[in-house]
Ligand binder design. Structure first.
Ligand code: SF4
Length: 212
């Protein structure tokens, strides 16, 4: 907590108060700074916390799937559903419990990045097919996908969750409204049409699965 608060302006004073160093304010600086000082173990703790939070969300998805609710749409969703089905079948075959489920889910090594516009199933062990990396100049030290070039409309790693649908629906309506603007420049109209096509392509993935 000390190291996190240190990232914000004025935080040393707040941290001192929180840690009860305020009573010895004259001497507080040294001890408060000690708490805020960067620690090599911090990155590991943070990564552990992120992994734990991610696994919790993965378990929520698994539980939604086993309750026969739809966890999402698109090729990424298909892959994750397949992995969940395998876990579920193995648990049933072994007569396993929740602990077995957790172990199998961990072993399944499902790589998922939860996002605002989609979830990404990019697997660093098998990066082929990531639309964001196509024709991209990837910085030397970078690993993983390039989020700012994400293409949920056509990437086989993309999963659209039910929570993403209102965003795409609203975006589609906005683009349609913009197209009605009088006197649009040809270039601007082309850009809006391209955006609309991409949005429609995402929504089409969801409609495909709703068909009987
Ligand atoms: S295009 Fe998007 S979904 Fe596909 S790998 Fe890149 S970030 Fe992930």
């Amino acid at each position: 907590m000390g190291m996190l608060t240190d990232q914000f302006p004025g935080s040393e004073i707040a941290l001192g108060i929180q840690l009860k160093h305020i009573a010895t304010r004259a001497l507080a600086n040294r001890s408060t700074r000690g708490y805020a000082a960067s620690d090599p173990a911090w990155a590991d703790h943070l990564q552990d916390a992120l992994d734990t939070a991610k696994f919790r969300r993965l378990k929520d998805l698994y539980s939604t799937h086993t309750s026969r609710d739809n966890i999402g749409f698109g090729p990424g969703a298909d892959r994750i559903k397949e992995a969940f089905d395998q876990v579920q079948a193995t648990v049933a075959a072994r007569g396993g419990d929740a602990r077995t489920e957790d172990t199998l889910l961990l072993k399944a090594r499902i790589t998922i990045r939860f996002g605002t516009l989609n979830h990404c199933l990019f697997d660093e062990a098998n990066p082929a097919g990531a639309a964001c990396l196509e024709n991209a100049i990837v910085p030397a030290s970078h690993t993983g996908p390039l989020d700012n070039r994400c293409r949920p409309d056509r990437c086989h790693n993309s999963m659209i969750g039910p929570e993403h649908l209102p965003i795409y629906d609203s975006h589609r309506r906005t683009q349609l409204k913009l197209l009605d603007t009088a006197g649009l420049l040809v270039v601007r109209r082309a850009l809006i049409n391209r955006e609309l096509e991409r949005t429609e392509a995402v929504l089409a993935q969801t409609r495909l699965e709703e068909q009987p």
